[in-house]
Design a protein around this ligand. Structure first.
Ligand code: GLN
Length: 488
């Protein structure tokens, strides 16, 4: 049962071949067996899962089946879940139990999903290997003995789905946190158009960039999950009045004489990537050509500055968003001699090093001496990148590019903060521009580890992004069940 995709599982549930309780139990058994080794969940919710599953079976029996009825999923522990601890992987929120439900998790409840637990992540989603988690890093199920990263910040989500500990999961992507971990675990990860999925109730990192989205094993599964997550929300001031609905397998947009212009980004061609990534990317491009895509070179002149702009804008917004954790209203409180001392002690004890680094950088770039030279410059670069994407999409329908330079690295690779930041090179520009981007497996490297490539589209072309990703998925035909944990 664990090997069924979400789409297949829903078919079997609907035909009565399996029940939601059976499917949920199968996942719970595996969670019990493997989740300590993989560390992909911060909190598991087996009782809630079985209750959700029983309710789902009852609905199906009564004939009012919901779109994702009985699908056992993992929720990134950044989404507030009513009555269930929501930590953001921080000591600051170690014991925080929200009294409200985030819009995205509520929508997934309304769609009939079963909650297996809260997935591990980087502290406040700041990181790339999920190593900044107060709860320790999740493990990549590919080559478990090598203790590789499952990526970050949604690394618990990708570890869980890749290892059969959830059928699909939610993630959030501020600078690559869905796409990078998906790419290096052989999963599909979609960062939708900014504003398509509500941020309400999702612990804020950098509000103008934060984008909730789905992670799953196939593109069709990803599309299904996105349909349930997307939609306008009056509680999020940047939520869009646009909807995304797709409750059937995605239709082909290539083949049978269909025409599509697919752009490749000129500036990315000079960036050093692994030989495997290069070979696989070129292979997939020629596959697309063979089914009718016209490949065009496009230019996003400032795209290599995206990283610098992102690492000014994201910390600036984070320093403002994280000011609320002061030990007063909720979260960790360490008593001091007076109120300021309590602030200081609570924040010193509650936040990890990377979060502190971001707050210090953010506060510095927003200070009156630095604001114009750093923050405003970064905002200008961001505008130029967004404009360049718009012009590029006049010359092509969709863009493709690598998701990362290479395969998953060992957790103890010993990277410096700057080396970590540099790993986001291929992903941050799409957040700055607010455009949709999906990472889809494009093949296995010589070392047996998966690699991913991105499909990027104009704002609100989320469906077409997924449609092209599906063509790539078909061409690459990656078996994304790592044998170390999935058996043969
Ligand atoms: N790696 C990036 C960072 O640390 C992206 C994080 C994210 O998308 N949440 O900021």
């Amino acid at each position: 049962m664990i090997n069924l995709t979400l789409t297949e599982a829903l078919q079997k549930l609907n035909s009565g071949e399996i029940s939601a309780v059976e499917l949920t139990r199968a996942y719970l058994d595996r969670i019990e067996k493997y989740s300590a080794d993989l560390n992909c969940y911060i909190t598991t919710t087996p009782e809630r899962a079985l209750a959700d599953a029983a309710a789902s079976d009852a609905r199906r029996a009564g004939g009012d089946t919901l779109p994702l009825d009985g699908a056992p999923i993992a929720m990134k522990d950044l989404f507030a879940t009513r009555g269930i601890r929501t930590t953001a992987a921080s000591r600051m929120l170690e014991n925080f139990v929200p009294e409200y439900e985030s819009t995205v998790s509520q929508k997934l409840i309304d769609a009939g999903t079963v909650l297996l637990g809260k997935a591990n992540l980087d502290e406040f989603a700041m990181g790339t290997f999920s190593k900044t988690s107060f709860f320790g890093a999740p493990i990549n199920p590919w080559q478990m003995e090598n203790k590789l990263t499952a990526g970050g910040s949604s690394g618990g989500s990708t570890s869980a789905v890749a290892s059969g500990l959830a059928i699909a999961a939610t993630g959030t992507d501020t600078g690559g946190s869905i796409r990078f971990p998906a790419a290096i675990t052989g999963m599909v990860g979609m960062k939708p158009t900014y504003g398509l999925c509500s941020r309400w109730g999702c612990v804020a990192f950098a509000s103008s960039l934060d984008t909730p989205g789905p992670i799953a094993r196939t593109v069709d599964d990803t599309a299904l999950l996105l349909s349930a997550m997307a939609g306008h929300d009056a509680k999020d001031s940047t939520s869009c009045h646009s909807d995304y609905k797709c409750n059937a397998p995605l239709e082909p947009i290539l083949g049978d004489g269909k025409k599509l212009r697919v752009g490749v980004i000129k500036e990315f061609m000079d960036v050093k990537i692994s030989d495997d990534m290069k070979t696989l990317f070129e292979k997939r491009i020629s596959d697309l050509k063979s089914i009718g895509a016209e490949i065009v070179e496009v230019s996003i002149p400032n795209i290599l500055d995206a990283l610098a702009a992102y690492y000014i804008i994201a910390p600036a917004e984070a320093s403002s968003n994280l000011a609320r954790y002061d030990g007063m209203r909720y979260g960790l409180r360490v008593e001091g001699s007076d109120i300021y001392d309590t602030f200081k002690k609570s924040r010193a004890a509650g936040f990890g090093d990377e979060v502190k680094r971001r707050m210090i950088i953010g506060t510095a770039v927003l200070s009156s001496e630095s604001y114009d030279v750093y923050f405003m410059q970064a905002a200008r670069v961001r505008r130029m990148i967004a404009d360049s994407f718009n012009s590029a999409f006049e010359q092509c329908d969709l863009i493709v590019c690598p998701s990362s330079a290479g395969t998953a690295m060992p957790l103890d690779a010993g990277l410096s903060p700057l080396e970590f930041y540099a790993l986001d090179l291929f992903t941050v520009a799409m957040n700055l521009a607010g455009v949709p981007a999906c990472s889809v497996p494009c093949g296995l490297a010589q070392n047996g580890l998966p690699l991913g490539m991105q499909v990027v589209g104009p704002r609100f072309a989320d469906m077409r992004v997924l449609q092209l990703a599906k063509h790539i998925e078909t061409a690459a035909a990656v078996n994304n069940r790592p044998t170390t944990i999935m058996g043969k």
